[in-house]
Unconditional design. Structure first.
Length: 719
């Protein structure tokens, strides 16, 4: 009786231990000794990714894969552990054995296990360490050796080092020189199987370009890495789906992916899920940088790009089937048929759309069908094949006629181009004489003119060739853009001589024309001054209107005074900073800079722009408040009174002295510096300022009014 009770207790305890055995279901870790079955899942800590065994579209084959948790379709697994070794046993498990091997085991065939990581053979088991596998929130499965206290000892293996057919964010394409590790993705053989296909995408060690290989031959290359992208992927068409970071040091070189994912499809197309487009060398969105295979003389080379037409049905007659050991894809079968001059049609052999069978044009008949049980399948027929010799004369006649038409069209176009070029040169020569100044005549800018001549620099202004502008700005790269105003964007550039320049490009949407551009150039030429930014030259090329200035590394004061810039469709210029005598009569005096400085000083104190933020203008408002004894109301409200009233009144006083109507009444810049640095220096009483107000635009003329000695005169200027 006692023995029976003992046996019953043992059985009960055993059953209890089995029932309470830890389950791996819905956890992120697989522990050593635990079995991960076809009904279990690993889920990353935040639930983004799931790892499980799955079957592909009703197939009996079991695969171990990782997918985004939101995806329920079996064809959305981006990583497959056993893509070329599917298992047929529902009792298949993933396990970490007692010596630290990570492997997939079929209970029916335990001797045919799939080893993901193999520990050192014959090593002694360290009782102070354990092993586990963890699914991270990046989708990476990591196999780790852990210390007894639960801390990480080392990472032994990770799925991101053994990629499948999909490139996800965080994955690498490249190589490690130290370990010999190579990161690449390989296409599937067809849309109905996960086995490896004939296309591989990786980083080529010598050229360090992204390269797609088709059975070892370069099929496509990305071009060199420059300015944050590969040369052949620099088109706006590709920007959404081909965002990479490039990294290289003495140990490793790789690119990491930044967007959603790229699926390398069986046909060699790259599907990007961001724009949901397939980029290909033969159809869909065409890739730059393709290296298509050559075709025999019996084929038209264009047939590589026109591909083939397909119909659903069966073929009767003699065919040729290629050996299954060749593991041919549909693309491989197309190439087999294309390189066989007698081949007319081809198709897959197996239910998973792999293998290859071809038919000659004389030995097969096609029968259309929609009956699957009758053996119907997709049959592909080649297009664009060259015709027989009997029709050569027809083709020659057509080609000859087309060539003649093209030649006539080309000659006419060339004549018009030369005429336009001559007219353009004539216009530019005329523009030189109208602008005046020391403008050099040659159309192409000769940078040797910028170098010192007999110990002195040339002050000549040049007409720049448009190609030089493109080279200096890296084709108007957005990384070189330093600002934008009413005229258009401004770019920092560097000439081949090493000189840095600021390049101002007329915006195509600005509504400006040659007249406005000429007026801008003439104005700046006349204003060449030691205290003003120097105009080096300009460029006129077709619709391009460009001004080239000496580069100022500290940017403009406007950037520091005002978190935006007003944009207009007209050239506004700098009337708000011009003294009345210049704006009305074109008189340039030594006090011109003083007036402009006074305007700037009042703008700094008030935080307002002269001709924008007031109904009349800033100078008028300052003068009015000064006479009313309320000058401090001019101060920027954002200062919240955190200033010395006496000091601010002195600065307003100086600003009004600088903007007095008569140039002879204004102090010199030397006196202004003395007023600012010496707070006890006597300041004379300011007289009425002169000011100009910008009005409306009519018939391409900018209207403004200037006030001098209590009178107001209206003026207009073609701008």
């Amino acid at each position: 009786m006692a023995i029976s009770q003992s046996v019953l207790c043992f059985i009960t305890f055993t059953c209890f231990m089995h029932i309470t055995k830890p389950s791996n279901l819905n956890t992120d870790q697989l522990l050593q000794g635990h079995e991960f079955t076809t009904s279990d899942r690993l889920i990353s800590p935040t639930g983004w990714y799931t790892m499980s065994f799955f079957q592909y579209e009703g197939s009996e084959d079991f695969y171990l894969g990782i997918r985004k948790s939101a995806e329920t379709s079996t064809n959305r697994n981006f990583w497959i552990a056993n893509r070329n070794m599917p298992l047929h046993d529902p009792a298949t498990i993933l396990i970490i054995d007692e010596i630290g091997n990570l492997k997939i085991i079929s209970n029916r065939e335990r001797n045919s296990s799939i080893m993901l990581y193999s520990s050192d053979a014959g090593r002694e088991v360290n009782s102070n360490t354990t092993f586990n596998a963890i699914l991270q929130d990046t989708g990476n499965l990591m196999f780790r050796e852990m210390n007894q206290n639960g801390s990480l000892k080392r990472t032994l293996w990770q799925s991101f080092d053994h990629l499948s057919h999909v490139l996800m964010g965080g994955m690498k394409l490249g190589f490690n020189r130290k370990t010999g590790q190579n990161w690449s993705i390989t296409s599937r053989r067809s849309e109905k199987t996960y086995s490896s296909g004939s296309f591989t995408l990786g980083l080529e060690p010598k050229t360090k370009q992204l390269v797609m290989w088709w059975r070892g031959n370069i099929f496509w290359s990305s071009g060199q890495w420059s300015n944050g992208s590969f040369a052949n992927l620099n088109s706006p068409l590709y920007h959404k789906d081909f965002e990479f970071n490039y990294y290289s040091d003495e140990n490793e070189t790789y690119v990491s992916y930044l967007a959603g994912y790229i699926d390398l499809e069986p046909s060699g197309s790259m599907y990007g899920n961001v724009a949901e487009a397939s980029y290909s060398c033969v159809n869909d969105y065409f890739l730059s940088g393709c290296s298509m295979p050559s075709v025999p003389k019996c084929r038209d080379h264009d047939s590589l790009y026109r591909g083939s037409r397909n119909s659903y049905g069966v073929m009767s007659g003699t065919s040729f089937k290629f050996d299954e050991s060749e593991n041919l894809t549909s693309f491989d079968c197309w190439m087999k048929c294309l390189n066989n001059c007698s081949c007319e049609a081809y198709s897959y052999v197996n239910e998973d759309e792999t293998g290859c069978e071809i038919w000659s044009r004389d030995s097969a008949n096609f029968v259309a069908t929609t009956n699957l049980t009758a053996g119907g399948r997709q049959i592909y027929f080649l297009v664009g094949r060259k015709k027989g010799k009997t029709k050569i004369w027809i083709i020659s006649t057509i080609v000859g006629t087309i060539v003649l038409i093209i030649l006539c069209f080309t000659c006419n176009k060339l004549r018009k181009k030369l005429k336009l070029k001559a007219e353009d040169r004539k216009k530019r020569t005329k523009l030189l004489s109208e602008i005046g100044g020391n403008t050099t005549i040659p159309i192409a800018y000769n940078e040797r003119n910028e170098q010192k001549k007999n110990g002195k620099s040339s002050d000549d202004m040049h007409i720049f060739d448009f190609q030089i502008i493109l080279e200096a700005t890296a084709n108007f790269s957005s990384t070189n853009k330093i600002g934008e105003g009413g005229f258009g964007p401004v770019y920092k550039g560097k000439l081949s001589s090493g000189q840095e320049v600021a390049i101002k490009r007329l915006s195509k949407s600005s509504g400006q024309g040659l007249i406005e551009f000429k007026n801008e150039a003439i104005l700046i030429v006349k204003l060449q001054h030691t205290n003003l930014v120097r105009l080096l030259g300009f460029c006129i090329d077709k619709e391009e209107r460009i001004l080239v200035y000496k580069y100022l590394p500290n940017k403009s004061l406007n950037l520091y005074l005002f978190e935006f810039e007003e944009r207009t469709k007209r050239i506004v210029g700098t009337f708000g900073y011009m003294s009345p005598e210049y704006a009305m009569m074109g008189v340039i005096s030594t006090k011109l800079d003083v007036y402009s400085f006074g305007i700037l000083l009042l703008e700094i104190l008030s935080g307002k722009k002269n001709n924008i933020d007031y109904p009349f203008n800033l100078v008028f408002n300052a003068w009015k408040l000064w006479n009313e004894g309320e000058a401090l109301k001019l101060m920027d409200k954002n200062m919240n009174g955190s200033y010395s009233p006496t000091q601010m009144l002195r600065y307003i006083h100086i600003g009004l002295l600088c903007t007095q109507d008569q140039a002879r009444d204004r102090p010199t810049m030397l006196e202004v510096v003395s007023f600012l640095s010496n707070e006890i220096a006597h300041l004379p009483k300011p007289k009425q300022p002169g000011f100009c107000v910008i009005g409306g635009v009519e018939d391409r003329e900018l209207r403004y009014s200037c006030s001098i000695k209590e009178t107001t005169n209206s003026c207009s200027s073609g701008r």
